[in-house]
Ligand binder design. Structure first.
Ligand code: FAD
Ligand code: DLZ
Ligand code: SF4
Length: 514
């Protein structure tokens, strides 16, 4: 009788995967391993490691409660081998009855490549199963992409709506429009009260893990004192329930808003749980759709939320596998500036950057517009090196795995792929940040000023970017209006912006305070 060793990775914590459903309880053994290689290939945020290790430990208990045999390797166990491959080898030696290895396809290219060697290295067959949590496979994406001149999320999303019949009236979108993006852009009024986020007190397992992380990963980014995560499916379902009841109805309206001191707003804070397996994207989408049909959430909220998961999340995953490994190396604008040190400590006079980076440090979370239009915008306008930016985003957020982080960074914020993902660079001057947030009120710079020492850096960096990359961007019809404005700018204004940008960028290169 054959028996298999079934490896479950830290972002595959669900009983709904075939690797679990097809297991024979009396023979097969599951392996979950906290290993140095995965925890340090980038220096993940302390909270991210604590969250995943705790969720892994809780999931191992759940497997055991369901009658499965589990080998769980803790980070500080004496026989911890330090890597997934070595831990598999060690476990196979310990259990001679095991004659094959089964694993679910991983979310990162580096691990996928390494798994292709595992069978030779272990001397047993290694069977890599598909990951049916995703609603579109890499093959589906490749088929959809074939022959298209441009790969635009919007068209992919419409196909997904039709395929899964989400928010559809026969063949038409509910409400008559596919997309209610224009109703997702309101700034938040000053006196608006946002519901408190759902937080959990650490239990004994989590407290053990926090102590471990303090000891072993002290040099990693971020604070660990503020542990708030759900670490079981039951807790994650509670976060989902409270989101649907308390936040979804208002999600659409304030999706792009930013408020000083309020990191959570009406966002769902579900990416951690969807990405590591505690929730499935399908159930989350279905809950939002049902809320709309039961008249508990308006269409702009339900559609806006579903678009993020059924559209963007699936699109970037397909995009990642389609363009790897080149995507990781792309650098369309040949940008080479190193990350300034305030990306690590948050010390800058630019209040928007200070707020977003400090919240990232405290929570291993920032919402989409903070990642895109503040930090991402800054990275592109200042020409930071794509590979350094990619590594930063991969390590600072608790929901970050390369399949989702890299397309968002290389494609969406940096335009490093030359426009395969985004139809134009996502850039904005200070006036956008001022419109969507209250950050500018408490800033050392003046958003109303276009150049000079105290002018908002986003203002002059914006025009410097347009100026500098004219050869690569002018022919893009979506940039036509911007270039018409640029042409009408007086030479004096343009020179002043160029000069202020040169001074700012020089300071940045020397890592002086900005
Ligand atoms: P909500 O605003 O409540 O959105 C609902 C869900 O939609 C999210 O939970 C997520 O699953 C999905 N979603 C929304 N936008 C995207 C998107 N652009 N790509 C993929 N899924 C999306 N998301 C990650 O999960 N991991 C990452 O490493 C990550 N890195 C990012 C880097 C950059 C530069 C940018 C611009 C975006 C990144 N995102 C990433 C997407 C998005 O910012 C996060 O999914 C979101 O902020 C998570 O918070 P939330 O659950 O409260 O999201
Ligand atoms: C992110 C992460 C961390 C920090 N640690 C582990 C670990 O110790 N063991 C493990 O199985 N997985 C871990 N993970 C998640 C993996 O890095 C993730 O499965 C791959 O990056 C593929 O997405
Ligand atoms: Fe950011 Fe400029 Fe506003 Fe300051 S003035 S918070 S730098 S956008």
């Amino acid at each position: 009788m054959s028996a298999s060793l079934r490896l479950i990775l830290g972002d595959q914590l669900t009983l709904s995967l075939p690797i679990v459903e097809d297991a024979t309880k009396s023979r097969d053994i599951f392996l979950l391993a906290e290993v140095r290689e995965e925890a340090t290939y980038v220096k993940h945020h302390k909270l991210k490691i604590a969250f995943l290790f705790s969720a892994m430990r809780h999931f191992a208990e759940e497997l055991k409660d369901n009658g499965y045999q589990v080998e769980y390797c803790r980070y500080d166990d004496d026989d911890n081998q330090g890597s997934l491959l070595k831990q598999l080898k060690h476990t196979l030696e310990k259990h001679p009855s095991l004659d094959s290895v089964i694993v679910t396809e991983p979310g990162e290219y580096r691990l996928q490549q390494s798994m292709q060697q595992w069978s030779n290295q272990l001397g047993v067959p290694v069977n890599v199963l598909d990951d049916p949590r995703f609603l579109s496979s890499p093959e589906d994406f490749a088929q959809w992409a074939e022959g298209r001149k441009q790969l635009r999320m919007e068209f992919f999303y419409r196909e997904m709506r039709k395929r899964y019949r989400i928010l559809m009236d026969d063949d038409s979108p509910v409400g008559g429009k596919w997309n209610y993006d224009s109703q997702n852009r309101e700034p938040m009024p000053a006196d608006h009260q946002v519901p408190e986020p759902t937080v959990f007190e650490p239990d004994d397992i989590t407290n053990d893990v926090i102590a471990l992380v303090k000891q072993e990963f002290d040099d990693h980014f971020g604070d660990i004192d503020n542990f708030y995560f759900a670490v079981t499916r039951e807790q994650a379902l509670h976060v989902l329930n409270t989101f649907i009841e308390e936040r979804l109805p208002t999600f659409g309206k304030y999706q792009d808003a930013m408020v000083e001191g309020k990191p959570w707003l009406y966002h769902s804070h579900l990416s951690f749980y969807i990405n590591c397996g505690l929730l499935t994207p399908k159930e989350v989408i279905q809950r939002a759709e049902t809320a709309y049909y039961e008249e508990k959430a308006p269409l702009n909220s339900a559609e806006g939320f579903i678009r993020q998961i059924l559209g963007w999340r699936e699109f970037v995953r397909g995009f990642y596998w389609h363009f790897m490994p080149d995507l990781a190396k792309d650098n369309y604008f040949s940008n080479n500036r190193s990350l300034p040190s305030f990306f690590w400590d948050g010390y800058t006079n630019m209040n928007c950057m200070r707020q977003c980076i400090t919240e990232t440090k405290n929570n291993a979370y920032a919402h989409h517009i903070q990642r895109l239009m503040v930090i991402g915008n800054f990275c592109l306008l200042t020409g930071l090196n794509p590979q350094e930016v990619q590594e930063w985003y991969l390590l600072v957020y608790a929901d970050a795995y390369e399949w989702v982080e890299l397309p968002n960074v290389a494609g969406m914020i940096l335009y490093a792929d030359g426009g395969n993902l985004a139809s134009k660079p996502y850039i904005a001057s200070g006036s956008y940040i001022n419109k969507m947030s209250n950050y500018c009120k408490n800033c050392g710079y003046k958003v109303s000023k276009k150049s000079g020492d105290d002018a908002c850096p986003f203002n002059y960096l914006y025009w410097r970017f347009i100026d500098e990359h004219e050869d690569k961007l002018r022919d893009n019809h979506r940039m036509a209006m911007i270039y018409r404005t640029y042409e009408k700018m007086s030479q004096d204004k343009l020179d002043a912006a160029r000069q202020s940008a040169a001074i700012f960028l020089q300071k940045l290169s020397k890592d002086e305070e900005v």
